[in-house]
Structures are given as C-alpha cells and as structure tokens.
Design a protein around this ligand. Structure first.
Ligand code: UD1
Ligand code: MG
Length: 525
C-alpha cells in the first residue's frame, strides 16, 4: 500500500486532556485583493482549498464541535464544507464587522462550549497540525485564559504586532493601522491562530469596542481586555514562520503554492521517492506514493492519485485521481480517473479518461485515447487508436489506428475483443460488436457483426487497379511522368538482349526509383 503523507496529517500530537474543544474557523471575509468570483477560502492549493487546509490542520484536535464562520460567497463555502467537512457547522456572518464579531457569532451556536476554543483564520493554509496541537497543549498546560500563536517574520507589513511589556509578557496585539511608529518596528506578529478559555473568551467578547481605525470588533483586543483584568494571557511562538503566512492576493497564493510544493516534495523524497526535478513536480497533499517510485520532471500528481513502488511517471505527465501500479511507466501523458496495472506502460502522448483500466503489463501507446474500457493483461494498443466502452482480452493486439466506434449519435455501446485476438490496422469496430477469442480482423475492415473465436473477419472490397488511369486523367503531372518512367524501365528490362550490367548502369544514374519502396509498409505490433 502506498504511503500517505498528508491525507491523514502527520506530525500532530493529539493532545488528550479532558477538555471539551471547539474549533472556530473564520472564513467570512471577501478577500478583495484576490479579485475573484470565487471566495478567497475556496481557492485551491495542491489538493485542498485554503479552508480545507486549515480544517485538516485542526483535525487532530478531535474537536467536539467545528464552527466555520461564512459570509462572502456563503452558499459556495457551505456547499464545499458539506463535501469536505460535513461535521462542521457553518454560521452566517451577514456583515463582516470584524474578527471579534465573527467569533461572537460562532459562539452563539455553541452556547454550551466550555474548555478550549481554538480560533483559526481561514487563510493560513501552510499551518501544520503539529503546530496547532502544540499551541493548544501550551495553552491548556499553562491554564491560560488566551494564547496567541506568534512568529518572528522578516516583513511584518500589514499584520498585527505582538506588544510585550518590559518583562516580555504580552500587553496587547495592535493592528498595523492603529500602531505607533515604535510598534510598527516590531517583527513579532500575530499569526491569526489562537486558543481561548471558552468562558473568559465569551465574557471578553461582550466588552469589545469598535474604537479603532477600521471601526471593527477586533478579536485581538480580547488579549488586552483579559490581561488588564489580571487573567493570564500567553504567546506561543511558532518555530517556522512560513506556517503562519496568510494569503491575500494571487501573488501570495502562488508563493504559498511553491512553499507547499517544496514541503511536500521534500517529505516524499525522505520517504524514498525519487523526484528528478522537484522544482517542476507538483504533488497534491492528497496523493500517495510508494518508496522507489520515480517521478520525472514537469509532472503533476493530483487528487487521489497513487503511484506504486518502482513505477516511473514522467516527464510531462498529469495524473488526476489515477492509480499507477508497481513497476508501471507513464510517459508524456494525461490521465483522469484511470487505473494503470502493475508493469503496464502508457504513452508517450496517451490520454486515459475515467474508467480506463489497464491490467498487468498492458500497453497503451502513442496517441491513444482510452475511456471506460478494460485493456487486458499483456494486451497492446500501441498506436493512434480510440478505445471507448470496450473490453479487450488478455494478450489481444489492437493494430494502429483502430477505432472502437462506440457512439451511434444517440447511445453508447460496448465492444468486446477476446483473449489473444488480433485486430489489423485501421479497423473500425462498430459497437455493439464482439471479436471472439483468438479471432483475427483484417486491416482496414469496418466490423459490424460478431467475429467468432478463431475466425478471420474481413469486410474489404476486392481491390481493382485501373491501368493507365493516371496517364488519362492526370496527364502532365509529376505522377504521370513518374509512372511513364517506371513503365519505360519495365519495358527496357523485359526487352530482348537486355543485359543486367547495362540495366544497372542506366538505372545507377537515374533517380533511385527504389528509394520509396518501403513507404507502403505499416508498422503493426
Ligand atoms: C488579522 C489580525 C491580525 C493578524 C492577521 C493574521 C485581527 C483584528 N487582526 O488581521 O492581527 O496579524 O489576521 O493574518 O483579527 N473574518 C471574518 N469576519 C470578519 C472579518 C474577518 O470571518 O468580520 C475572517 C477573514 O475571512 C479571515 C480572517 O477572519 O479569514 C482574518 O481577517 P482579515 O480581514 O484577513 O484580518 P487581517 O487584517 O489580516
Ligand atoms: Mg488577513
């Protein structure tokens, strides 16, 4: 079974104290700077949406309740949550009156919440489960009223600053727009991830003012309120500030994508997967890879894709929800919802669509499209074919340019090709139709009736060659001239007294007529 690095988040320690826990994810904001019809938290990032990453980071907390505050694009966000986190409760914040207001609304649907309330901004997708767990553990261990996750960052622009007193204790969190010059120089920032004691949070939320530059209720003001009331407030510093990066526009989203790519790729390489060019390899966090799989450059592995041991994928491959068996190869191809069996080979330039299932050692070669079809063990479809709604038996050979004609304009029909059958090049198999086991189909046939096992199916009209047609109908063309020369050479060769050495001398100086003699051959395998 291929290892899964991120589907079940690792590195997290599920803190097992007898606290009731509530997770609140803030996802009502518009994300104006994304300039998108899609709500910010629904933008995708290597296999999950932004909010999906945040929920995954919180999952190991095993919260009793998860509340997601929705607002902008509420219907879209709700629909997404129903898919990825049906246990979460969406709560509508109709007007975005601030992060404090958002948490107040969230707690309205959790009036019985006691213990710890973990609040996470919906746009911090690089957050690790282990970091959230460590924050909660520190908070609960210290019996704090409120703990904020902080980080020292190279550029704190736009973020809330952690203001400490002379003893290093948290005094307040101040937004940049409300900060003094001295406060702006602070590089320790609020990551937007917090743990609170439920009762004391609820109490402080009731006392928030809107006396700030944005006229909003700031969740961050809870810290100064609790601190000045003598309640213990704490700062938990993240070891890797990259985890706390938020996403405000598409440039930042692209930067986060690169950072996450590097994290994912490094983790896979450490488990024994070869990535030949990590900079051009994009692996969703939901993908599973076995050790000794090889991923070559410019490759994207997405969704529920699984790659087995010893398989080689790439260069230039995109696999979406596709399972690649051990030892298989996939080269310069695109696959969606497909299965590639052990030792099978795909490409270059193949397109596998949903329901394409290649058994062990099957081959789907160059410019071949396969949809909703089984290709049996060791069967080959090497060149230029369309295989739709078909079952191809083991060891069958499908000649170049064979088309499985599955669609009559209204309905789709299936074709069956039996074990070790041989279908000649440029054949149309017009479904529904069956080619029996061990049967042959002559190249160039249009097959509309079943071919019994062991029979030869052939639908070709007898060939006619109409002598002199080119001279009559295409006089003066290069074809006519070439034909005349060939006929003359034939006549000379059969003339009485012709000697081989003369003939050779003549033809040795002329255009090498024989040079095109191989052009009619067709590779079939
Ligand atoms: C917030 C923090 C800031 C911190 C930063 C980290 C406050 C007042 N400030 O600032 O100290 O450094 O996050 O990224 O909290 N949201 C709602 N409803 C609202 C307002 C916001 O759900 O009414 C959500 C947003 O969708 C977002 C999150 O809360 O997911 C944070 O809101 P945002 O406006 O981005 O706050 P920042 O100004 O970044
Ligand atoms: Mg923000």
């Amino acid at each position: 079974m291929a290892a899964r690095l991120f589907a079940v988040p690792t590195g997290a320690r599920v803190v097992s104290q007898p606290h009731l826990r509530t997770v609140v994810v803030l996802a009502a904001g518009e994300g104006k700077r994304m300039k998108s019809a899609l709500p910010k938290v629904l933008h995708p990032l290597l296999g999950r949406t932004l909010v999906g990453h945040v929920l995954a980071a919180a999952a190991p907390l095993a919260a009793d309740r998860t509340v997601v505050v929705v607002g902008h694009g509420a219907d879209q966000v709700r629909a997404h949550l129903a898919e990825i986190a049906p246990e979460a409760t969406p709560v509508l914040q109709a007007e975005q009156l601030g992060t404090g207001h958002a948490v107040r609304i969230a707690l309205d649907v959790a009036p019985d919440a006691t213990g710890t309330v973990v609040v996470i901004n919906g746009d911090v997708p690089l957050l690790r489960p282990g970091t959230v767990a460590a924050l909660v553990e520190a908070h609960e261990g210290a019996g704090a009223a409120a703990t904020v996750l902080a980080a020292e960052v190279p550029d704190p622009t736009g973020l809330g600053r952690i203001v400490r007193d002379a003893d290093g204790r948290l005094e307040q969190i101040v937004e940049e727009r409300d900060a003094t010059g001295a406060q702006r120089a602070i590089r320790e920032i609020n990551a937007g991830i917090y743990a609170f004691d439920a009762a004391r949070l609820r109490d402080a939320l009731g006392k928030l003012s809107t006396d700030n530059d944005q006229g909003e209720e700031y969740l961050t003001d809870v810290f100064a309120l609790l601190g000045s009331a003598g309640e213990p407030v704490a700062v938990h510093v993240a070891t890797d500030h990259v985890e706390t990066l938020g996403c405000n526009d598409r440039v930042e989203l692209a930067a986060l994508r690169r950072l996450l790519r590097d994290r994912v790729n490094e983790a896979w390489m450490r488990t024994g997967v070869s990535l030949l060019d990590p900079d051009t390899t994009w692996i969703d966090v939901t993908v599973a890879l076995d050790s000794d799989a090889v991923v070559d450059q410019n490759t994207q592995l997405r969704g529920g894709t699984v790659v087995g041991t010893g398989a080689v994928v790439g260069p230039d491959v995109t696999l979406i929800d596709t399972v690649v068996g051990p030892g298989a190869t996939v080269l310069r191809s695109h696959a969606v919802g497909a299965e590639v069996g052990p030792g099978a080979s795909v490409g270059p330039y193949a397109y596998l669509r949903p329901g394409a299932k290649l058994a062990e050692k099957a081959k789907v070669g160059t410019f071949v499209e396969v949809k909703n079809s089984e290709v049996g063990a060791g069967a080959k479809v090497p060149h230029l074919s369309y295989v739709g709604d078909a079952t191809i038996g083991a060891k069958a050979n499908i000649g170049a340019a064979t088309i499985f004609v599955n669609y009559d304009g209204v309905n789709k029909h299936r074709t069956t090709v039996g074990e070790a059958a041989f279908v000649g090049c440029d054949t149309s198999l017009i479904a529904p139709v069956e080619v029996g086991a061990g049967a042959y189909v002559a190249a160039g046939s249009a097959i509309t009736q079943d071919v019994p096992p062991g029979a030869l199916g052939v639908t070709r009209a007898p060939q006619r060659s109409i002598d002199g047609w080119v001279a009559r109908k295409r006089a003066g063309t290069a074809s006519a001239e070439a034909a005349a020369r060939a006929q003359q050479a034939d006549e000379d060769a059969s003339a009485p007294g012709f000697r081989a050495s003369e003939g050779e001398a003549i033809h040795g100086d002329a255009e090498p007529v024989g040079s095109a003699s191989g052009a009619g051959d067709t590779a079939t395998e």
